[in-house]
Design a protein around this ligand. Structure first.
Ligand SMILES: *Cc1c(COP(=O)(O)O)cnc(C)c1O
Ligand code: SF4
Length: 464
């Protein structure tokens, strides 16, 4: 069986557009479609789509001629159509729906900069995209031209990054960074590169998918001046992989930019093991490595795109082992309220004894791994990396428990609940009795000794 051929398409309505215009990203942007009337020149709309397109307060609609051409005109359930053409379902509220479901704005020390994880930040650099996805997690700001970030806000973001040396990774997002004016984009990247502790720069962009002609040689050689630079694209369905996207990905790869893909699991678009398998295999063919598969967020307008979490587990079950390990993304739920990304997958661990671990593989073959009974534990005292570890505020968590930093992580208010309204009495007056020997002790630097009576249990309910 020879590999599938990627198709190039152009809607009949654009048949007369000369190649030079079609391949000009400025032409594509200025000819985006956004009304029921314009879209109906390409294909007939359903009643539900027309209702949505005429609704007030609708999340912005805009579709490049290139991308709308990938929609099969006679299929209302087309997976690309569902991503960019609204339906009435989008207007329906649902339980747990939120405007900012990841609490990004709550984790922003300055507007547009989300510092959620210890060593990296998400920098929102624009609210504009080449086309708009109906399920967008950031629909609270995306699409709104009047919500653009100001010079003063950019200065505040850079100032924060400069004075926060724990940030070693800056992720440019938005909106879509590659829709910025080329000069401004380069200025932002150059300013980041000038900050010594910023080791890597990442860009998240759907431009290669919506507007592959924008990824021209000039853009690629500009980006290549600021390595190490990584880029994640966003493809949800194999129909989005065209010769144009393949060529754009090739230009980026040749500029030395490693490419990843982030997809969203979407009902009616890609909630199928077989579609996902084809998607990830086709991504490898254009040298893009699947990175994340996101559970759809609890965001306004996205209710009808959500699947049960079980669907994500089922998809990973159908990928891991069944195809190249390289092709398997990490399935994550970005926890509502700002809990961050939580990886989920099938269970492969069946049981354990003191020195055997029973495991099953993707075929259901069960075997046991015989563990060493004479393992010499790693000795942090003689390990240069342990002695010298770069620990950032908020970097402990469960890993910190395993390193003996503290004995427990308590939910907020736990201690008060368990006081049961009692008082200090003869049996609970002495706090020392609950201090676990050797846990949470600070190392005396030179000898690596651990004094036992030091700070033993740290509070974790407050801010780091
Ligand atoms: C996803 C995300 C990142 C990057 O996470 P990785 O797991 O390192 O890709 C950083 N900050 C925020 C706020 C994010 O949502
Ligand atoms: S490209 Fe990204 S930011 Fe823009 S609308 Fe789509 S999901 Fe939202």
């Amino acid at each position: 069986m020879s590999p599938r051929v990627f198709e190039t398409r152009r809607a009949r309505a654009f048949g007369d557009v000369p190649e030079t215009q079609w391949n000009d990203w400025r032409w594509q942007l200025s000819h985006r479609l956004n009304t029921a009337e314009e879209i109906e020149r390409i294909f007939p709309l359903t009643e539900s789509e027309r209702t949505a397109l005429n609704a007030s307060d609708l999340f912005r609609v805009d579709i490049t001629p290139y991308f709308i051409s990938l929609i099969r005109p006679d299929d209302p359930a087309d997976p690309i159509r569902r991503q960019v053409i609204p339906t009435a379902a989008e207007l329906v509220p649902f339980t747990a729906m939120m405007e900012d479901s990841l609490a990004e704005d709550r984790h922003s020390p300055v507007p547009g900069l989300v510092h959620r994880y210890p060593d990296r930040v998400l920098m929102l650099v624009t609210t504009q995209c080449a086309s708009y996805c109906r399920y967008c997690t950031r629909s609270r700001i995306v699409g709104d031209a009047s919500a653009q970030f100001s010079r003063a806000e950019f200065d505040a973001m850079f100032d924060y990054i400069e004075r926060t040396p724990q940030i070693r990774d800056v992720l440019l997002s938005g909106g879509d960074p590659l829709t910025l004016a080329p000069g401004l984009l380069e200025e932002l990247i150059a300013r980041l590169r000038a900050i010594e502790h910023v080791e890597i720069i990442r860009i998240g962009s759907r431009v290669p998918v919506f507007l592959p002609m924008r990824v021209d040689d000039a853009l690629c050689s500009m980006l290549a001046r600021y390595h190490p630079l990584w880029l994640n694209i966003h493809v949800n369905h194999p129909n989005e992989i065209t010769p144009e996207l393949a060529a754009a990905a090739d230009r980026l790869s040749r500029a030395g930019i490693p490419l990843g893909n982030q997809s969203v699991l979407l009902a009616g678009v890609n909630d199928c093991v077989h579609i996902q398998r084809r998607l990830v295999q086709d991504l490898l063919r254009i040298r893009v490595r699947p990175y994340y598969l996101y559970q759809c967020d609890l965001v306004e307008g996205a209710g009808h795109f959500r699947t049960p979490v079980a669907k994500g587990i089922e998809i990973i079950e159908g990928l891991r082992g069944h195809t190249s390990g390289f092709a398997v993304p990490q399935y994550v739920v970005d926890a509502p309220g700002g809990g961050g990304k939580i990886p989920l997958g099938p269970n492969y661990l069946l049981s354990m004894s003191d020195h055997r671990t029973a495991l099953r593989n993707y075929e259901g073959y069960i075997s046991v791994y015989e563990e060493p009974v004479d393992y010499t534990a790693h000795d942090p005292a003689t390990c240069p990396d342990c002695c010298d570890k770069r620990t950032e505020a908020g970097q402990s968590g469960v890993s910190g428990l395993l390193e003996g930093e503290q004995l427990a992580i308590e939910p907020a208010g736990w201690e008060a609940i368990h006081a049961r309204g009692g008082s200090k009495h003869r049996l609970n007056r002495d706090e020392e009795k609950w201090q676990p020997r050797g846990i949470g002790a600070e190392k005396s630097s030179a000898a690596g000794e651990t004094p036992v009576h030091s700070v033993l249990r740290k509070k974790t309910s407050g801010k780091p």
